[in-house]
Design a protein around this ligand. Structure first.
Ligand code: DGL
Length: 270
């Protein structure tokens, strides 16, 4: 029966929906239980200790919903918490950092990789760590872009203000002649068009959301818990604040209609 159980996915807000979209495209038979921690967003400026506490609460909540695997669809939580919580809970768990870093290592031709993300993700050095372990010749240039998340949350994906901020943030790493740029925050794939305008056509943009969904398929297959029947899908969306706003946003991103989003008090439940 475990094969029919849902997959738990969480993020600090709406960004993780970019991962859900890829999961729905790649394995449309799986049911999703999503949690967006909208009341406590952003995670990107919080300490590792706080992000680990939040992550534990959310995992307990998702496990109470009977999920068979968990995707940490947030770069900051993957960077700070995945290694710690993986050993604390008995459930397959993946994050978004390793899948994105893996593809960046395979993609680069000149060994010079840019990574953009939240302050937490960039300061954690996790992409540098993974990439230099993969190949010590790789050079990684990170840049925190703290205003990108609020710009996306405000729906300003295609706005002159966002373009200007992208120019300011990204021009610095372009000076290092990178040929690959990792969108190391779940919100950033939503800024792809704007970022493309800044970097030009020659730099490969890596979207970890796509690679994460691929890794999830591998994990489910390896563990023999993939749902190969045609289930009656019953995706559920929970947030810690602003359910209506979240629902409107989700309906602009996902390939299915989100009928309902529930507000819950994660601190009480987790
Ligand atoms: N979802 C977070 C990430 O991918 C970005 C938003 C936040 O700072 O909470 O790092």
């Amino acid at each position: 029966m475990i094969n029919k159980a849902p997959i738990g996915v969480f993020d600090s807000g709406v960004g993780g929906l970019t991962v859900v979209k890829e999961i729905m495209n790649q394995i449309p038979g799986e049911t999703i239980i999503y949690f967006g921690d909208t009341a406590r967003l952003p995670y990107g400026s919080k300490s590792g200790k706080t992000v680990i506490t939040y992550t534990r609460q959310i995992i307990r909540f998702l496990m109470s919903k009977g999920v068979k695997a968990i995707v940490i669809a947030c770069n900051t939580a993957s960077a700070f918490a995945l290694e710690t919580v993986k050993s604390e809970f008995d459930i397959p768990m993946i994050g978004v950092v390793t899948p994105g870093a893996k593809v960046a290592a395979k993609t680069t031709r000149n060994g010079r990789i840019g990574v953009i993300g939240t302050e937490g993700t960039i300061q954690s050095g996790i992409y540098n760590e993974y990439l230099s372990r993969t190949d010590s010749r790789l050079e990684v240039f990170g840049k925190a872009c703290p205003l990108f998340v609020p710009l996306v949350e405000e729906g300003l994906m295609d706005d002159p203000v966002t373009l200007e901020m992208a120019r300011r943030y990204i021009s610095e790493i372009l000076e290092h002649q990178i040929d690959t740029l990792v969108l190391g925050c779940t919100h950033y794939p939503l800024l792809r068009k704007t970022i493309r305008k800044v970097v030009g056509e020659d730099i490969v943009l890596v979207n970890p959301a796509y690679e994460t969904a691929k890794s999830l398929v591998e994990v489910l297959t390896e563990k023999g818990i993939r749902n190969d029947s045609t289930p009656k899908l019953n995706h559920k969306f929970y947030v810690s604040d602003g359910a209506e706003k979240f629902k409107r946003f989700a309906n602009t991103i996902l390939p299915c209609e989100v009928m309902e989003t529930k507000d819950i008090n994660i601190e009480e439940l987790g």
